[in-house]
Design a binder for this molecule. Structure first.
Ligand code: IPM
Ligand code: MG
Length: 356
């Protein structure tokens, strides 16, 4: 089993290092190869997604990804910015289905800014379409053109678009995921204003007819943002487009106490996947050894489950994470009075110890 390990920028290197140690501790026949991506790759090779990194990812069974980005690259032309690396990997590997679970761990109920009774037992699965929408439509602006075609342009735009097959395939993923859970799907759109999302709503409704056992409802994205903090437990599977999914998944993650806890999986139609924490590169805390590695460790568990067919080992990791939380070990982001504060490395050590 071949894994491409792409730590990236900021805290990416620190947290991925811990996930790799946990994977090694399982003593499985895993072949891991590391490559540069994002700002780190730009510094070394002049491009955030060098050909060699893309090739490594394409040839692997799975990609373990950290995070990319740093404010110091904000002035670069758009195609050279670190974020283009993750967008390029998603597009090139066809990783259209992004799973972002938001699960509230009982031990972390107090770390949330919401009242305990609102979030205790919370278990939402956000399914974000990842290779379409306004992220990949035609852009125009000062920083998009590298050929000098639009210099000094005094307007900018991006194009929101979805095709029927793109909506159909993500809708099928959502309904099938719901069948394994509580059989409810909420499709989030902005059909009251945007043609793209009226089409989205129509196509999801059509696909839903093939799943009479799954209840489908529709919600406008602004209302969904409100309901997520008002009554989050009303949701089970949420399916939405690329941009709304980006925003709502950050919001949902904070319900659980910390974005530092949430893993994600991005899958293509062949079962290949990219696994990354839902959070970003956090350059403000990089290099301090205080980042929470659990989201990345839990992403490695998702990798074992979805791409490598090792369900038992995935569960072993998840149980080890539960165990360290039960022991009261906390990185800074989830620390509260009465618990024990640990570093990134110590958290990795504790998970490995709990595995054994
Ligand atoms: C995410 C991130 C990315 C996105 C950025 C880094 C391009 O915010 O994975 O949610 O917007 O998709
Ligand atoms: Mg995001």
């Amino acid at each position: 089993m071949k894994i491409a390990v792409l730590p990236g920028d900021g805290i990416g290197t620190e947290i991925v290092a811990q996930a790799v140690r946990v994977l090694n501790a399982l003593e499985l026949p895993l072949e891991m190869e590391t490559a540069l991506v994002g700002g780190a790759a730009y510094e070394a090779h002049g491009h955030p997604l060098p050909e060699s990194t893309l090739k490594l990812a394409q040839q692997a069974d799975a990609v373990l990804f950290g995070a990319v980005g740093d404010w110091k690259y904000d002035k670069l032309d758009r195609p050279l910015r670190p974020e283009q690396a993750i967008l390029g990997l998603r597009k090139n590997l066809g990783l259209f289905a992004n799973f972002r679970p938001a699960i509230c761990y009982e031990q972390l109920v107090d770390a949330s800014s919401l009242k305990p009774e609102l979030i205790s037992g919370l278990d939402i699965l956000i399914i974000r379409e990842l290779t379409g929408d306004i992220y990949f439509g035609q852009p125009r602006g000062r920083r998009t053109a590298t050929d000098g075609h639009f210099p000094g342009s005094e307007e900018a735009f991006d194009t929101m678009r979805y095709s029927r097959p793109e909506i159909e395939r993500i809708a099928h993923v959502a309904f099938q995921a719901a069948r394994k859970r509580s059989k409810r799907v909420t499709s989030v759109d902005k059909a009251n204003v945007l043609e793209t999302f009226q089409f989205w709503k129509d196509v999801v409704t059509e696909v839903g007819k093939e799943y009479p056992d799954v209840a489908l409802d529709h919600m406008y994205v602004d209302n969904a943002a409100m309901q997520l903090v008002k009554e989050p437990k009303r949701f089970d599977v949420v399916v939405t487009g690329n941009m709304f999914g980006d925003i709502l998944s950050d919001e949902a993650s904070m319900l659980t106490g910390s974005i530092g806890m949430l893993p994600s999986a991005s899958l293509n139609s062949k079962g290949q996947g990219l696994y990354e924490p839902s959070h970003g590169s956090a350059p403000d805390i990089a290099g301090k050894g205080i980042a929470n590695p659990l989201a990345t460790i839990l992403s490695a568990a998702m990798m074992l489950r979805f791409s490598l067919n090792h369900e038992a080992d995935a569960q072993r990791i998840e149980a080890a994470v539960q165990a360290v939380l039960a022991q009261g070990l906390r990185t800074a982001d989830i620390y509260s009075a009465g618990t024990t504060r640990v570093s990134t490395l110590e958290m990795g050590d504790a998970v490995i110890k709990a595995l054994k």
